[in-house]
Ligand binder design. Structure first.
Ligand code: SF4
Length: 354
C-alpha cells in the first residue's frame, strides 16, 4: 500500500489537515498500543471515524512480527511478515535507531551480500516501510531510521521518498536522523535535493578503484568513485549534512595501503565521514573478515591522513550477522537465532549493512 492511498482515503472520509496529521501520528507512534494515549476520536466526524476504524487495522496488518532475535549489543533483529506471505528484515538498533528494508531481495547483487543473491523479489510499498517504524515503536522508542536493510532504496525511489516525507513530518523523526543509503544512482542525486524532508545520505563505496568496485557491486550504476564523491559533495552542500561513506572491509581485498591512499585522495577536504565495517562472514561465501588489528590499523592510517574515519560493527552481528541472513534462514524452514563466535571487537552502536 502507498501512503498516497492512505492520505486519499482519509481525505475522502472528510479529514481536515490537522486531523490527518493527528491520525497519521496515532498510526506511526503506535498510540493505540497498550498504555499509550488513544486518538481523540470524539473530534472526528462519523464518516471519518468509520473510515479510520477500517483503515487503522489495515495499516497495522501491513507488517507483522514473525520473530525477534536479540543480540549481545542491544540490537534486535526482527523478521517481519508482509501480507502476501513475503518476509523482510528490520533491526532495532541501540540508541533508539531502526534499520528498515525497502525491497524484498535486491537487484544490485553485491558479491558479499545474502540479500542480493536471489535478485529482486518485490518492492516494499511506502506504507509498508512506514509500518516497520510503527511496529518497531510498539517494541521500543525509535528516533532514527536508516534505510540500510534489505534492498537498494534508489531502486524503489518513489516509495522510499514518500516514506521519508511522512516519517520526517507526522513520524516525528529529525531529518538528519533519516539516513538514505545507496550504492549511488543519478536519480538519487536529482531527487533528494528537491525533497521537503532532506535525509542524510550514506554512500556505499567499498573501493576507491572503479574496476574493483564494479567487481564487488556488479549491477550498481557505472559511476566512478570520483564522480560519486563529487555528487556526494553537492548533496552535502544542499542538505547541510556530511556524507557517510560505507566501506565493507574484506580481508585481502579492500583493506590494503592502495585503498588507504585511494580513500585519502578521494575524501581529503570533503564534508564526509568514512565508516569501515569489518565484513561478517557468511557460510557459502568465500570472503573473510580482516583481523581486528588490521582493521584498526587501516582506521588509524586514514585518520592520520586527515580522513575522519570510524570503525563500525554491524549491530546484532552475533545473530545472522548480515542483512538477508535471517530471511534466508526462514526460507530454509528455521528462524532459530544462530550464534556466531564472538569477535574481539567492541560492539558499537549502529548498524551498517552488508
Ligand atoms: S549490500 Fe545492499 S545494495 Fe548490495 S546486494 Fe545487499 S541489499 Fe543490495
Amino acid at each position: 500500500m502507498r501512503i498516497a492511498e492512505v492520505l486519499s482515503r482519509l481525505r475522502a472520509g472528510g479529514a481536515k489537515p490537522a486531523q490527518l496529521q493527528r491520525l497519521l501520528r496515532q498510526w506511526l507512534h503506535a498510540k493505540d498500543s497498550p498504555g499509550g494515549p488513544s486518538a481523540p476520536e470524539h473530534s472526528l466526524s462519523k464518516s471519518l471515524r468509520a473510515e479510520w476504524a477500517t483503515l487503522l487495522p489495515e495499516l497495522r496488518a501491513l507488517v507483522q512480527l514473525r520473530s525477534q532475535h536479540p543480540a549481545q549489543d542491544g540490537a534486535v533483529r526482527l523478521l517481519l511478515g508482509l501480507r502476501d506471505g513475503q518476509t523482510a528484515e528490520a533491526v532495532l538498533l541501540p540508541k533508539d535507531g531502526l534499520c528498515v528494508s525497502t525491497q524484498v531481495g535486491c537487484a544490485v547483487g553485491c558479491v558479499f551480500c545474502m540479500t542480493g543473491r536471489d535478485g529482486l523479489i518485490r518492492q516494499i510499498g511506502s506504507a509498508e516501510i512506514a509500518a516497520q517504524v510503527a511496529l518497531a515503536r510498539s517494541l521500543r522508542p525509535v528516533k532514527r531510521v536508516v534505510f540500510m536493510g534489505m534492498g537498494e532504496p534508489a531502486h524503489n525511489l518513489d516509495m522510499v521518498t514518500e516514506a521519508i516525507e511522512l516519517l520526517g513530518t507526522a513520524g516525528g523523526i529529525g531529518h538528519k536522523n533519516l539516513v538514505f543509503s545507496t550504492v549511488g544512482d543519478l536519480r538519487v542525486f536529482e531527487r533528494l535535493p528537491l525533497l521537503a524532508v532532506k535525509p542524510a545520505l550514506a554512500l556505499s563505496l567499498h573501493s576507491s578503484q572503479a574496476a574493483r568496485r564494479a567487481e564487488l557491486l556488479p549491477r550498481a550504476p557505472r559511476i566512478t568513485p570520483d564522480e560519486l564523491v563529487e555528487l556526494g559533495q553537492a548533496y552535502a552542500r544542499a542538505s547541510g549534512y556530511p556524507i557517510q561513506y560505507q566501506w565493507t572491509l574484506i580481508a585481502g581485498l579492500n583493506d590494503g595501503p592502495d585503498e588507504v591512499e585511494g580513500i585519502a585522495r578521494l575524501l581529503r577536504g570533503k564534508y564526509a565521514m568514512m565508516n569501515l565495517i569489518p565484513y561478517n562472514r557468511v557460510d557459502d561465501l568465500p570472503w573473510q573478515r580482516p583481523s581486528a588489528d588490521r582493521a584498526a590499523a587501516m582506521c588509524a592510517a586514514l585518520n592520520r591522513q586527515g580522513i575522519l574515519t570510524r570503525l563500525r560493527q554491524s549491530a546484532g552481528q552475533d545473530v545472522e550477522g548480515g542483512c538477508g541472513q535471517l530471511r534466508a534462514r526462514q526460507a530454509q524452514g528455521s528462524t532459530r537465532p544462530v550464534r556466531m563466535p564472538p569477535t574481539n571487537h567492541p560492539l558499537t552502536t549502529r548498524t551498517e549493512r552488508p
